[in-house]
Design a protein around this ligand. Structure first.
Ligand SMILES: [Zn+2]
Length: 274
């Protein structure tokens, strides 16, 4: 079996409006912090005055020098939102209700949805800000002679991932229309993925059209389709062009289980059998 990584790394470089802030602790720093465990007694996490005195006088002081090779454990603290990097949007992101019932949060998304047959549709000929319509989906499927089945994971290749790390990434993708999303959902699709910043057109295009027309249907139509019909989508994917065929492979994309959240970080993978 061959695995193709369809994610970008969660990164603290400013490639998106809300980058994650990652504080890295190296093995020496980790050892010094772990050494503070010497201040704790019994089952309490609180430091006793006696232990503090023993620490300050050096009698009970443990530093990195006490650890094998002078090194403890490394770890990181991440401050970032659930939509940073490659992530899966849960129905709750789109609205409090979906199909008239309380929307699923990310911890409630059925795992069965997150594993299925993959199909890649190539929309790299579209320009930034363009709509991808239901007609576009039909002709892309005709071109590869494929019929959508229930449970398929449909991957929208825009080529925008090639702008990852550059300022124009945020604006560089086309987006699905609401009708296009509903057309897929009517065929039993539960997960759609895109290699762009979002499944909808860029913020700038949506806002320009809305302020010009005051027509609310220009605002996040692909996301809000999820209020009518329950589904999830993966945003900020990568490497869809490395999947060697348009269908005949499977995709797995299990999100991090964050209680009550609208999204979770995910590492989608295309799996090809020899
Ligand atoms: Zn999102």
């Amino acid at each position: 079996m061959k695995f193709i990584d369809l994610s970008v790394a969660l990164d603290d470089s400013p490639v998106e409006p809300e980058p994650a802030r990652i504080k890295y602790l190296n093995h020496k720093q980790g050892a010094d912090l772990l050494g503070l465990a010497a201040l704790i007694s019994g089952h309490s996490v609180f430091i006793t005055l006696k232990n503090l005195l023993l620490h300050l006088t050096g009698i009970k002081k443990v530093t990195h020098r006490d650890f094998p090779d002078g090194m403890g454990l490394a770890w990181e603290t991440i401050n970032g939102d659930t939509h940073t990097g490659t992530h899966l949007d849960a129905p709750y992101h789109f609205g409090p209700l979906s199909e008239g019932r309380p929307s699923k949060t990310i911890d409630e998304v059925p795992l069965e949805w997150c594993s299925g047959n993959g199909v890649v549709l190539d929309f790299r000929a579209k320009k930034q800000g363009d709509f991808i319509t239901a007609d576009d989906l039909r002709s892309a499927l005709d071109k590869i002679d494929y019929k959508i089945s229930a449970g398929d994971i449909v991957l929208i290749m825009t080529g925008a991932d090639k702008h990852w790390g550059r300022k124009d990434y945020f604006f560089s993708h086309p987006g699905l229309s609401g009708d296009a999303v509903l057309w897929l959902l009517d065929r039993g699709v539960k997960i759609i993925g895109t290699d762009g910043y979002g499944l909808d057109r860029p913020f700038r295009n949506m806002m320009d059209d809305y302020t010009r027309t005051k027509d609310k249907s220009f605002l996040w139509p692909a996301h809000f389709a999820g209020r009518k019909k329950e589904y999830c989508h993966i945003e900020k994917m990568a490497n869809l062009d490395r999947i060697p065929k348009s269908h005949g492979f499977s995709v797995m994309c299990f999100p991090v289980k964050i209680k009550g959240a609208s999204a979770g970080w995910v590492r989608p993978v295309a799996i090809l059998e020899d």
